[in-house]
Design a protein around this ligand. Structure first.
Ligand code: ADE
Ligand code: ZN
Length: 333
C-alpha cells in the first residue's frame, strides 16, 4: 500500500475542528437564503476569493461574519452533519468538535438552539456512520473573563452534553492567564480543559496554559519549539498538541509546508496529532492535511501510523476504546 492509500485506510480521530470553520460557501448561501440574511458576496467563487488570509485576525473577521447566517436549530444540524459526511469519507471515526457559543448568543441565538442542533447531528452520525463524537465549548479570548463565566453558567445545565471547554479566537494580547478563574471553575465542575496556545502567540502562552489553566491538551502549540525547556516538559508529560498544518500555512504561521515542524516534533517524541481546524477556509479536511505533510515532509509509514495512534491516545474516549483503535492501526500492514 502506498502512503496515500495508507492515509485513507487509517482510522483517525479529529481533535481540533471548529464547527463554524466547516461552513462551506455552498451551504452558507443556502442557509443565508432560507433565513433571508444578506451576505456580502455574489457567488461561491467570490466567497472563495475572499479567503486570502495574512494572519489569524484577517481570517477571524470573515469566519465570524459567515457564522451570522446560522439562526435555527436546523442550521446547526445541517452544518455539523455536512462535517460528519466529510469525516466518513476520510475515515475519521471519532471527533471532538469545538463550538463558539458566544458567537451565537451575542446575536440572540440561544445556547440551547446551538447545542440541540449539534447534538442531533452527533446522534445521527453515530447511527448512520458509526462515528463517535464529543462537544467542546470554547470561550472567545478577545471577550472578557466575565463573559466567559456567564457562558459557562449558561452551559452548566447541559454539562452532560459537553466533555470540556476550550479557548480560541485572537491569541495575541489575550494570554491564558486572563481566563484562570473560569477554567478553574470548569475543572471543578468536572469538565476537561484545552486551550489554543502557541499558534501566533509565544511559547510563554503555552507555559501559562499548562501552569495556570492545567490543560489536558494544547491546541496548535507549534511555537513551543522556540523554547527547549518547554519542549522537554511537553515530551515528559506526554502533553498532546493538536497541530493543524493547512491552517498554519493559510494563516502564515509557516511560510512553506516544507518548513512545518510537525515531523521534527514527532521525531523528538512530542505527542503531535493532525487536524483540520477550519477546513472550509483552509483548503482541506483531515486527509488533505495528511496528504500535505506527507508530500512536503518525507513522512514514513510508521510516522503516519504514529500520528493516527496519537490522535486516539490524545482523545477523550475511554482506555478500552483507545486500545481497540490502536490495535486496528497496528494490524495494518
Ligand atoms: N477560531 C477558529 N479557528 C481558530 C484558530 N485557528 N485560532 C484561534 N481561534 C480560532
Ligand atoms: Zn483552532
Amino acid at each position: 500500500m502506498n502512503n496515500v492509500e495508507l492515509i485513507r485506510t487509517l482510522p483517525k480521530a479529529e481533535l481540533h475542528v471548529h464547527i463554524e470553520g466547516t461552513f462551506e460557501p455552498e451551504l452558507m448561501f443556502e442557509i443565508a437564503q432560507r433565513n433571508q440574511i444578506q451576505i456580502p458576496y455574489a457567488s461561491v467563487e467570490e466567497v472563495k476569493q475572499a479567503y486570502n488570509f495574512h494572519n489569524l485576525q484577517s481570517f477571524l473577521d470573515i469566519y465570524y461574519a459567515g457564522a451570522n447566517v446560522l439562526i435555527h436549530e436546523q442550521d446547526f444540524y445541517d452544518l455539523a452533519f455536512a462535517y460528519f459526511k466529510k469525516c466518513h469519507e476520510d475515515h475519521v471515526v471519532h471527533t471532538e468538535i469545538f463550538f463558539d457559543p458566544q458567537t451565537h448568543t451575542e446575536r440572540g441565538v440561544s445556547f440551547q438552539t446551538v447545542l440541540n442542533g449539534l447534538k442531533k447531528a452527533c446522534t445521527d452520525a453515530k447511527t448512520q456512520f458509526g462515528i463517535s463524537s464529543h462537544l467542546i465549548m470554547c470561550f472567545l479570548r478577545h471577550l472578557s473573563e466575565e463573559s466567559a463565566i456567564a457562558t459557562l453558567e449558561q452551559a452548566l445545565p447541559y454539562k452532560q452534553d459537553i466533555i470540556g471547554v476550550g479557548l480560541d479566537s485572537s491569541e495575541m494580547g489575550h494570554p491564558p492567564s486572563k481566563f484562570q478563574n473560569v477554567f478553574a471553575k470548569a475543572r471543578e465542575e468536572g469538565l476537561l480543559v484545552v486551550a489554543h496556545a502557541g499558534e501566533e502567540g509565544p511559547a510563554e502562552y503555552v507555559w501559562e496554559a499548562l501552569d495556570l489553566l492545567h490543560v489536558n491538551r494544547i491546541d496548535h502549540g507549534v511555537r513551543s519549539e522556540e523554547d527547549e525547556q518547554l519542549m522537554q516538559r511537553l515530551i515528559a508529560e506526554k502533553m498532546p498538541l493538536t497541530v493543524c498544518p493547512l491552517s498554519n500555512l493559510k494563516l502564515c504561521v509557516v511560510s512553506d509546508m516544507a518548513e512545518h515542524n510537525i515531523h521534527r516534533m514527532l521525531q523528538q517524541g512530542v505527542k503531535v496529532t493532525v487536524n483540520s481546524d477550519d477546513p472550509a477556509y483552509f483548503g482541506g479536511y483531515m486527509n488533505d492535511n495528511f496528504y500535505a505533510i506527507e508530500k512536503s515532509l518525507d513522512l514514513s509509514q510508521d510516522d503516519l501510523k504514529q500520528l493516527a495512534i496519537n490522535s486516539f491516545e490524545a482523545s477523550f474516549i475511554t482506555d478500552a476504546e483507545k486500545a481497540k483503535w490502536i490495535e486496528e492501526i497496528q494490524a495494518i500492514v
